[in-house]
Ligand binder design. Structure first.
Ligand SMILES: Cc1cc2nc3c(=O)[nH]c(=O)nc-3n(C[C@H](O)[C@H](O)[C@H](O)COP(=O)(O)OP(=O)(O)OC[C@H]3O[C@@H](n4cnc5c(N)ncnc54)[C@H](O)[C@@H]3O)c2cc1C
Length: 421
């Protein structure tokens, strides 16, 4: 049984990659951290494909050796497949950046997220599972803690000078503050399931993420996992998926399998397992990333789209940055919104970079092949974005060239702190 204190240095809501990373690294610095998680781990989560630059947060967490020894398939590349089954030449990350980070992993999120939470625990963080954050405790505009409902302890008030909301798409704090703002254009839905015994490509491509196109810029993801399993999902417009005679998820999914030759062939001998899962309304950025005594991380700050697998990377990255910023702010005795200005600006810049690439991907007139033909330097800049090498770079030349080929979005101005907005 864990013993609880009345006050902590930091309270983290949610034990996904963002929350557990923040908690693990703050605890490593000797801070008194409480992580509150509504589920019992290991728990299911979508989002199995990692981006190469996840390597650096995972290295900071001391988890690279564990991943190296794991049975997780190695991901060396992303490959793109046309509807007729034509596979474009895969581009291997190591051709661009000769560094261990260029090999990444396809992970079961139940195991991956538990691995980071266990690290937080072993670093000294207190973890309450099956405990749901219910409300923010406020004094005027300042957040001073949270109320929780716990399986073990019942209703409690917990206090800290900073609350980190890492509750994922639940956006615990943003909902309370009415901060959630949907992306003006990205309005896709995702429908997915799992297969056993599906075909794997040979050699280095065995663990590749495959993006296989459907009509109207819809697409399949195909993510090989350990245990001879593959995660297979569709991302498309609601009107496209539900325009036929059926609303049945299995029938829609199986109808679309026939719309891509490569997917059809790879699943031909495989056995579908478990349920068909569906989600939508996932593209948003919250009005602020921090206010007095409160800061948001990972999906609780914003989420773009499943394409390019940027979600876990941005969650890990925000967790690392926040642990460092909170540690400095605790030393300075100043947990005001302005302490997180630098954090907000860096996260906004990374998210905006990825957002432009996502918009281009869905533009009917755009193709990455056309962009690459305009010069190797553009291909290299694009690859930097796709591996997550997005810090301190505005990619001006890349986006100038891309805007000739696609409608790129105006930057979303919100998402900074209440102090800097
Ligand atoms: C269809 C789809 C496919 C995706 N595919 C990929 C992919 O291939 N690769 C990739 O990198 N990303 C992918 N993502 C995105 C990825 O899943 C997320 O970006 C990532 O999980 C964010 O991590 P997080 O820590 O911010 O939140 P989460 O991982 O969602 O963790 C939040 C945690 O908070 C807990 N919680 C919520 N509310 C409360 C509360 N009130 N009290 C206590 N605990 C609470 C939840 O139980 C959860 O454990 C995908 C997303 C979608 C929608």
């Amino acid at each position: 049984m864990i013993s609880l204190k009345k006050n902590y240095d930091a309270i983290v809501v949610g034990a996904g990659p963002a929350g557990s990373t923040t908690g693990a690294l703050l605890a490593e610095k000797g801070r008194d951290v409480l992580i509150v998680e509504k589920e019992k781990f290991p728990r299911y989560h979508v989002g199995e494909s990692l981006m190469p630059f996840c390597y650096f947060p995972l290295e900071r967490l001391g988890l690279i050796d564990t991943l190296m020894e794991s049975a997780n398939p190695r991901k060396y590349c992303v490959q793109f497949v046309r509807q007729d089954g034509f596979l474009s030449q895969p581009f291997y990350f190591f051709q661009h950046f000769d560094h261990p980070s260029s090999t990444t992993w396809q992970v079961w999120r139940s195991e991956f997220d538990k691995m980071i939470l266990d690290k937080a625990r072993s670093n000294g963080a207190t973890v309450m599972e099956e405990t749901k954050a219910k409300n923010l405790i406020k004094s005027g505009d300042r957040v001073e803690g949270i109320t929780v409902e716990s399986e073990e302890f019942g209703s409690l008030e917990l206090r800290a000078p900073i609350v980190v909301d890492a509750s994922g798409r639940d956006c615990f704090a943003a909902h309370k503050q009415k901060w959630k703002i949907r992306d003006p254009e990205l309005k896709k839905i995702a429908l997915w399931t799992y297969y056993k015994g599906a075909k794997r490509d040979p050699g280095l491509d065995e663990g590749a993420t495959t993006v296989a196109y459907l009509p109207n810029k819809g697409w399949f993801w195909y993510i090989p996992l350990s245990g001879d399993m593959v995660s297979v999902g569709i991302v498309a417009e609601r009107d496209y998926l539900f325009n036929g005679s059926t609303k049945d998820h299995e029938e829609i999914f199986q109808r679309e399998v026939l719309n891509n030759e490569w997917i059809k062939e790879h699943l031909a001998e495989a056995e579908q397992t478990g349920e068909y899962r569906i989600t939508g309304e996932y593209s948003y950025r919250n009005r602020y990333c921090a206010s007095e005594g409160l800061v948001l991380a990972g999906d609780a700050l914003g989420f773009l789209d499943p394409v390019f697998s940027s979600g876990v990377f941005l969650a890990l990255k925000s967790g690392v940055m926040l642990a460092d910023e909170i540690d400095l702010a605790l030393d300075a005795g100043d947990l005001s919104a302005k302490s997180f200005d630098r954090y907000g600006k860096r996260m906004q810049s990374s998210i905006e970079t990825m957002r432009k690439i996502v918009y281009a991907f869905y533009d009917q007139d755009f193709s990455f092949g056309d962009l690459a033909k305009r010069g190797d330097h553009l291909r290299a800049a694009l690859t930097d974005c796709l591996i997550g090498n997005v810090d301190d770079n505005e990619f001006r030349e890349l986006f100038d060239a891309m805007s000739d080929l696609a409608d790129l979005p105006e930057p979303v101005e919100h998402g900074l702190t209440t102090a800097s907005s």
